[in-house]
Design a protein around this ligand. Sequence first.
Ligand code: SF4
Length: 164
Amino acid sequence: MKIRVGISACLLGMLVRYDGGHKRNDTLIEACADVVEWIPVCPESECGLPIPREKMRLQGDPGAPRLIVVDTQKDETDRLVGWASQKLLELAGQGICGFVFKTRSPSCGVGDTKIFDLEGNLIRDRGAGLFARAFFKHFPHLPCTDEGRLQDPDSRERFLRRIR
Ligand code: SF4
Protein backbone atom coordinates (compact mmCIF):
# COMPACT_ATOMS: atom_id res chain seq x y z
CA MET A 1 0.00 0.00 0.00
CA LYS A 2 1.33 3.44 -0.92
CA ILE A 3 1.92 6.16 1.66
CA ARG A 4 -0.12 9.35 1.39
CA VAL A 5 2.00 12.48 1.19
CA GLY A 6 0.81 16.02 0.54
CA ILE A 7 2.50 18.04 -2.16
CA SER A 8 2.28 21.54 -3.59
CA ALA A 9 0.02 20.91 -6.57
CA CYS A 10 2.15 22.82 -9.09
CA LEU A 11 4.94 20.23 -8.57
CA LEU A 12 2.63 17.56 -10.00
CA GLY A 13 2.11 19.61 -13.15
CA MET A 14 -1.24 21.11 -12.21
CA LEU A 15 -1.81 24.52 -13.82
CA VAL A 16 -2.36 26.46 -10.61
CA ARG A 17 0.49 28.98 -10.43
CA TYR A 18 -0.06 32.73 -10.41
CA ASP A 19 0.96 32.84 -14.09
CA GLY A 20 -1.32 29.93 -15.02
CA GLY A 21 1.61 27.55 -15.35
CA HIS A 22 3.06 24.69 -13.32
CA LYS A 23 6.43 23.55 -11.96
CA ARG A 24 6.21 19.80 -12.53
CA ASN A 25 9.16 18.01 -10.96
CA ASP A 26 9.60 14.81 -12.95
CA THR A 27 12.64 13.62 -11.02
CA LEU A 28 10.82 13.74 -7.72
CA ILE A 29 7.58 12.24 -9.01
CA GLU A 30 9.26 9.36 -10.80
CA ALA A 31 11.63 8.58 -7.91
CA CYS A 32 8.74 8.30 -5.44
CA ALA A 33 6.18 6.66 -7.73
CA ASP A 34 6.38 3.17 -6.18
CA VAL A 35 6.08 4.39 -2.61
CA VAL A 36 3.96 7.54 -2.51
CA GLU A 37 0.34 8.44 -3.27
CA TRP A 38 0.46 12.20 -3.75
CA ILE A 39 -2.27 14.39 -2.26
CA PRO A 40 -2.04 17.69 -4.20
CA VAL A 41 -2.75 20.99 -2.45
CA CYS A 42 -2.59 24.51 -3.90
CA PRO A 43 -3.29 26.94 -1.07
CA GLU A 44 -3.62 30.01 -3.26
CA SER A 45 -6.09 28.63 -5.80
CA GLU A 46 -7.99 26.49 -3.27
CA CYS A 47 -8.57 29.46 -0.96
CA GLY A 48 -10.44 31.14 -3.81
CA LEU A 49 -7.84 33.22 -5.60
CA PRO A 50 -8.08 33.08 -9.40
CA ILE A 51 -5.74 31.42 -11.91
CA PRO A 52 -3.93 33.38 -13.19
CA ARG A 53 -3.68 35.87 -10.33
CA GLU A 54 -1.60 38.83 -9.36
CA LYS A 55 1.81 38.17 -7.89
CA MET A 56 1.98 38.19 -4.09
CA ARG A 57 4.74 38.33 -1.52
CA LEU A 58 5.20 38.28 2.25
CA GLN A 59 5.50 41.70 3.87
CA GLY A 60 5.75 43.13 7.36
CA ASP A 61 6.86 41.60 10.64
CA PRO A 62 9.13 38.62 9.79
CA GLY A 63 7.62 36.73 12.73
CA ALA A 64 4.07 37.17 11.44
CA PRO A 65 4.23 38.42 7.84
CA ARG A 66 1.20 39.24 5.72
CA LEU A 67 0.41 37.91 2.24
CA ILE A 68 0.21 41.00 0.05
CA VAL A 69 -0.56 41.51 -3.66
CA VAL A 70 2.51 43.31 -5.00
CA ASP A 71 0.80 45.77 -7.36
CA THR A 72 -2.28 46.69 -5.30
CA GLN A 73 -1.05 45.98 -1.74
CA LYS A 74 -4.28 44.04 -1.12
CA ASP A 75 -3.90 41.84 1.95
CA GLU A 76 -4.93 38.21 1.29
CA THR A 77 -3.66 36.82 4.60
CA ASP A 78 -7.02 36.20 6.27
CA ARG A 79 -8.44 34.47 3.21
CA LEU A 80 -5.52 32.01 3.02
CA VAL A 81 -5.15 31.40 6.75
CA GLY A 82 -8.91 30.88 7.18
CA TRP A 83 -8.97 28.33 4.38
CA ALA A 84 -5.86 26.59 5.77
CA SER A 85 -7.44 25.93 9.16
CA GLN A 86 -10.15 23.82 7.48
CA LYS A 87 -7.83 22.23 4.93
CA LEU A 88 -5.44 20.99 7.61
CA LEU A 89 -8.29 19.12 9.31
CA GLU A 90 -9.17 17.58 5.95
CA LEU A 91 -5.56 16.49 5.38
CA ALA A 92 -5.44 14.94 8.85
CA GLY A 93 -8.56 12.96 7.95
CA GLN A 94 -6.88 11.76 4.77
CA GLY A 95 -4.05 10.30 6.82
CA ILE A 96 -1.12 12.09 5.19
CA CYS A 97 2.33 11.09 6.47
CA GLY A 98 4.37 14.08 5.26
CA PHE A 99 4.44 17.00 2.85
CA VAL A 100 6.65 18.20 -0.01
CA PHE A 101 6.46 21.96 -0.51
CA LYS A 102 7.38 24.20 -3.44
CA THR A 103 10.44 26.33 -2.79
CA ARG A 104 10.38 30.12 -2.38
CA SER A 105 6.58 30.52 -2.52
CA PRO A 106 4.90 33.05 -0.16
CA SER A 107 2.39 30.30 0.62
CA CYS A 108 4.33 27.04 0.29
CA GLY A 109 8.00 27.91 0.91
CA VAL A 110 9.60 26.03 3.79
CA GLY A 111 12.67 28.11 4.61
CA ASP A 112 13.68 30.14 1.59
CA THR A 113 10.77 32.54 1.11
CA LYS A 114 11.65 36.23 0.92
CA ILE A 115 10.02 38.68 3.32
CA PHE A 116 9.84 42.41 2.55
CA ASP A 117 9.10 45.43 4.71
CA LEU A 118 6.07 47.64 4.03
CA GLU A 119 8.10 49.75 1.60
CA GLY A 120 9.10 46.67 -0.41
CA ASN A 121 12.67 46.32 0.84
CA LEU A 122 13.95 42.78 1.36
CA ILE A 123 14.41 42.13 5.08
CA ARG A 124 14.72 38.32 5.20
CA ASP A 125 15.33 35.62 2.60
CA ARG A 126 14.88 32.53 4.77
CA GLY A 127 11.24 32.77 5.77
CA ALA A 128 8.40 30.23 5.44
CA GLY A 129 5.20 30.65 3.45
CA LEU A 130 1.87 31.11 5.25
CA PHE A 131 0.46 27.66 4.47
CA ALA A 132 3.75 25.99 5.41
CA ARG A 133 3.72 27.86 8.74
CA ALA A 134 0.18 26.73 9.49
CA PHE A 135 1.09 23.18 8.45
CA PHE A 136 4.11 23.00 10.82
CA LYS A 137 1.95 24.22 13.67
CA HIS A 138 -0.82 21.70 13.00
CA PHE A 139 1.50 18.74 12.26
CA PRO A 140 4.67 19.43 14.29
CA HIS A 141 5.90 15.83 13.99
CA LEU A 142 5.24 15.07 10.33
CA PRO A 143 8.24 14.94 7.97
CA CYS A 144 8.24 18.01 5.72
CA THR A 145 10.66 19.14 3.09
CA ASP A 146 10.79 20.94 -0.23
CA GLU A 147 11.38 19.85 -3.79
CA GLY A 148 14.83 21.47 -3.83
CA ARG A 149 16.15 19.22 -1.09
CA LEU A 150 14.62 16.12 -2.67
CA GLN A 151 16.60 16.57 -5.87
CA ASP A 152 19.46 14.95 -3.96
CA PRO A 153 19.03 11.12 -3.96
CA ASP A 154 20.35 10.73 -0.39
CA SER A 155 17.95 13.36 0.96
CA ARG A 156 15.13 11.74 -0.96
CA GLU A 157 15.91 8.32 0.53
CA ARG A 158 16.05 9.82 4.04
CA PHE A 159 12.66 11.49 3.52
CA LEU A 160 11.12 8.25 2.25
CA ARG A 161 12.52 6.38 5.25
CA ARG A 162 10.95 8.93 7.59
CA ILE A 163 7.49 8.79 6.04
CA ARG A 164 7.58 4.99 6.19
S1 SF4 B 1 3.64 27.14 -4.81
FE1 SF4 B 1 1.86 26.53 -3.62
S2 SF4 B 1 0.42 28.23 -3.79
FE2 SF4 B 1 1.95 28.48 -5.42
S3 SF4 B 1 1.04 27.47 -7.19
FE3 SF4 B 1 2.33 25.96 -6.18
S4 SF4 B 1 0.91 24.90 -4.83
FE4 SF4 B 1 -0.10 26.79 -5.41
